[in-house]
Design a protein around this ligand. Structure first.
Ligand SMILES: Nc1nc2c(ncn2[C@@H]2O[C@H](COP(=O)(O)OP(=O)(O)OP(=O)(O)O)[C@@H](O)[C@H]2O)c(=O)[nH]1
Ligand SMILES: [Mg+2]
Length: 385
């Protein structure tokens, strides 16, 4: 996308709502700060971009609803636009605004939207996307969306060019040792932002699809990592074998599979549910699972909870990796959710074959005093490419 003119997205939201976290999720690790007259304004804004995304993100640092702070923040954005134009940047206008409100403080919706609307009133016709950050609670989502819609329906809000309301989780949120809210809504936000960009700036469909696919891949790996940690925690209980209480492990694998399905846009229906159930069966009570579990337990130099945790975690990781591949193939159109036999074979291969050898190597250094963290690291080694 080298010769493409980049769009400018202004990210507005009170301090602490999660603007920086959101920017990280959208642009990833390889983002960099960019110049164009940010000298002297960094206290009030930071600008980020990467090579692959067709818009840069302008973060209004430490935005607060009081008049003076608001004025400073907007002044900094205007200064940046001027400096950017002077520096010869092809596009120095604000093209889209992300209005960030936190899903965990819905009492403040109206108040923060009024304040943000005042800040944005200098950008009258610019498309606005309301982003509900920290949308960890699924049950709250609909009512949060409704409340934001009402706030935008008010006198101040109506002046804005609202294009959509998107609940997001920008970073995995741990609820307890074994449960978490996975990253969500980021690709929807990227998609809608591109759709409301002016012609000439919007990326081609295939480029935006590629960008979203790359982000999905990253989010999937984070999700598999978090599920693996849950597997280790669950495995670390004194049971005769990690598969003794299949129901517990299957709960984690099912959450993992559902989370991956959501990321890859695989809808829940009778057919996909049959595939998900098959996957979890393979990863818990199947003949292959039992055989592999026995072989690994025999091969590692330690018994008890350390061994159980290592097996449980590595099963969750293997099922995650296998499922990620399966869903990617479905998303690409190479396979369908009806190809259960193919998926079964794929996963059986993942759990047998080299699995035992790799586990033997990775777990060789585990002993009675190994921590859960040591176990997670050993599992990560098994799956290194
Ligand atoms: N787990 C998780 N934590 C989040 C998420 N969004 C925000 N947070 C947390 O909320 C806190 C504030 O988030 P930031 O991204 O720093 O907020 P900000 O809007 O950039 O704040 P200022 O820079 O002060 O304006 C941090 O501790 C984040 O880790 C999320 O989606 N998931
Ligand atoms: Mg920040």
């Amino acid at each position: 996308m080298d010769d493409q003119v980049k769009g400018n997205v202004l990210v507005l939201g009170n301090s602490g709502v999660g603007k920086s976290t959101l920017i990280n999720a959208v642009l990833g690790e390889k983002k960099s700060r960019t110049g164009y007259g940010t000298v002297g304004t960094t206290k009030h804004l930071e600008v980020f971009e990467n090579d692959a995304c067709n818009f840069r993100l302008i973060d209004s640092v430490g935005f607060e609803p009081d008049f003076f702070k608001r004025y400073q923040a907007i002044k900094a954005v205007q200064d940046w636009c001027k400096a950017s134009a002077k520096a010869g940047n092809e596009n120095s206008k604000i093209n889209v605004i992300w209005f960030c409100v936190s899903g965990t403080s819905r009492k403040l919706f109206r108040q923060s939207i009024d304040s943000l609307a005042k800040a944005a009133s200098v950008y009258k016709s610019v498309p606005v996307i309301a982003v509900i950050t920290k949308s960890y609670s699924r049950p709250d989502r609909d009512s949060n969306i409704q409340m934001v819609r009402e706030a935008f329906g008010d006198k101040v809000g109506r002046k804005l060019n609202l294009k959509g309301i998107i609940p997001v989780v920008a970073e995995i949120y741990r609820i307890d040792d074994t449960a978490f809210a996975p990253v969500d809504g980021i690709n929807d936000l990227i998609q809608l932002t591109n759709e409301v960009m002016p012609e000439g700036i919007a990326a081609a469909d295939k480029d935006i699809e590629q960008y979203k696919a790359d982000r999905t891949n990253t989010f999937a790996h984070t999700l598999i990592g978090a599920s693996t940690v849950s597997g280790v925690v669950i495995g670390a209980v004194p049971l005769p074998s990690p598969l003794t209480d299949g129901a517990i492990l299957s709960g984690i694998e099912l959450a993992e599979v559902n989370g991956l399905a959501k990321l890859y846009g695989i809808k829940k229906n009778n057919k996909s549910t049959a595939m998900f159930e098959k996957i979890v069966e393979i990863g818990t009570v199947s003949a292959v699972a039992r055989a592999t579990c026995g072989a690994v337990l025999k091969a590692i130099p330690v018994a008890g909870w350390v061994a159980n945790a290592a097996v449980a975690g590595s099963f969750v990781a293997a099922i995650g990796e296998g499922t990620r591949y399966i869903f990617e193939q479905i998303k690409l159109g190479n396979r369908s959710v009806e190809d259960i036999d193919w998926a079964e074979k794929m996963l059986n291969d993942k759990l047998s074959g080299q699995f035992v050898d790799k586990a033997k190597q990775a777990f060789a250094a585990l002993n009675e005093s190994s921590s859960k963290d040591d176990i997670v690291k050993a599992i990560a080694k098994m799956f290194e490419k």
